[in-house]
Design a protein around this ligand. Structure first.
Ligand code: NAP
Ligand code: FE
Length: 377
């Protein structure tokens, strides 16, 4: 059942070194964690949200209080491409930053991680996804302002590679943030569509992790709890009422748990297939996963019947068809890919590392079939 090193009885090898602090006002309440540690921070954000939702102000106040100088790099694009993070790394080096703080959704948090690695290693050109960096990344602090990616507790930084028309994963133990501050108050004004897309990304992480070939007892616990909490929240997201602060907290908690789970197991073919949809069709990351997830469950079901039933029961869906109905209600119908596009995207996807985590491992034709059933015209 467990995948350890071949020939050993290893049950799991669990590593999650992030100090995770959750609660309203948690950054300012823990100002002492910053004292006498760092001289100069690079704060990495997207264009506007961190300024509007109060997260940037809170971080700046705490840095000021501790006498830590800072520079803001607020140019992170959604699904950040390589040149975007290289520019951030240049800024970090120019200002001799010794701490990188990522505030935002997955895009700024992942950019902050890549910047931390590149800056520590002199912003090398060439393949940024290599595993032989000489120095560990600069210390990272993460402040998630979406509830979806769980990047605040993972060692992954997902960066777009325009030449390859997809995204790739920079992964290293030093990319685990040192501290993650989870304050759902920053999400008060988040539009419903971003809330739904990111919630479904979190759900996808937990479901994929639970069904991954690399799933262990330790990864199953956060994955199932995340699925259960998100199952409670789906009816609220599908309704018309405003999303209250309790629901926001649940989403942020479940998203963090999904991150803890994928930090152990990685994702599966769902995320790999979603990257092509995001790159070529500009479909939001969480939405892309959501559009693929129901057919993924149908595909893995013959070999994972009990697990798929557990996912459906915990989520409050009677069948995958019912789940699909609700997801279409949440995300909208999106039948967009022609036969030629499906062949091209499947080619791009089949060699992605995470495909091998899927049980059973899909062949090219299986990936084509999954695209066709999920989003084919
Ligand atoms: P995002 O691209 O970070 O943000 C999407 C949008 O939401 C942006 O327009 C952003 O505005 C806005 N936004 C952020 N916080 C907000 C708030 N509190 N209120 C209102 N608007 C807000 O989206 P995401 O889904 O969180 O992240 C997606 C990225 O994460 C993808 O690149 C994906 O591949 C990656 N990812 C990483 C991991 C991992 O383990 N590292 C896992 C899954 C996904 P601004 O641009 O102005 O900030
Ligand atoms: Fe994701």
């Amino acid at each position: 059942m467990f995948v350890g090193k071949e020939g050993t009885d290893l049950k799991f090898n669990y590593h999650m070194p992030v100090k995770v602090i959750m609660g309203k006002g948690c950054i300012k309440a823990n100002s002492d964690l910053f004292s006498n540690r760092w001289q100069k921070a690079l704060i990495v954000t997207g264009k506007t949200s961190a300024k509007k939702n109060g997260a940037l102000d809170d971080v700046v106040q705490v840095l000021d209080k501790n006498g830590i100088a800072y520079v803001v790099f607020d140019e992170v694009e959604p699904n950040p491409p390589i040149d975007n993070v290289q520019k951030g790394a240049e800024t970090a080096i120019r200002h001799s930053a010794d701490l990188i703080i990522g505030i935002g959704g997955g895009s700024p948090m992942d950019a902050a991680k890549a910047i931390a690695m590149l800056a520590a290693n002199g912003n090398p050109s060439g393949n940024i996804f290599r595993s032989d960096y000489e120095k560990p990344a600069l210390p990272i602090i993460a402040v998630p302002t979406t509830a979806g990616t769980g990047s605040e507790v993972t060692q992954y930084s997902i960066i777009t590679v325009p030449e390859e028309r997809t995204k790739k994963n920079l992964s290293a133990p030093s990319l685990f943030p040192e501290i993650a501050f989870l304050d759902a108050g920053y999400m008060k004004e988040m539009p419903r569509d971003i809330t739904i897309n990111t919630a479904i990304d979190a759900y996808s992480h937990s479901v994929e992790s639970y069904l991954s070939a690399r799933s262990t007892e330790m990864s199953t616990v956060p994955a199932l709890e995340s699925i259960r909490v998100l199952g409670e929240v789906f009816p609220i997201l599908a309704g018309k009422k405003a999303i209250d602060s309790d629901t926001r907290e649940k989403l942020l908690y479940a998203s963090m748990l999904g991150g803890v789970a994928i930090a152990q197991t990685g994702t599966t073919v769902v995320h790999a297939m979603g990257y092509a949809l995001t790159f070529s069709k500009n479909i939001d990351h969480g939405m892309a996963n959501g559009l693929l997830l129901c057919e993924f469950l149908n595909y893995v079901r013959p070999e994972n019947k009990e697990k798929v039933d557990t996912v459906l029961t915990l989520s409050g869906f009677s069948t995958t068809e019912k789940m699909k109905e609700i997801f279409i209600e949440l995300l909208g119908q999106n039948r967009i890919l022609t036969k030629d596009e499906i062949s091209e995207y499947a080619e791009r996807t089949v060699s992605a590392k995470s495909v091998a985590n899927t049980v059973p491992v899909p062949a090219l034709e299986d990936i084509e079939e999954l695209y066709r059933k999920s989003v084919g015209v």
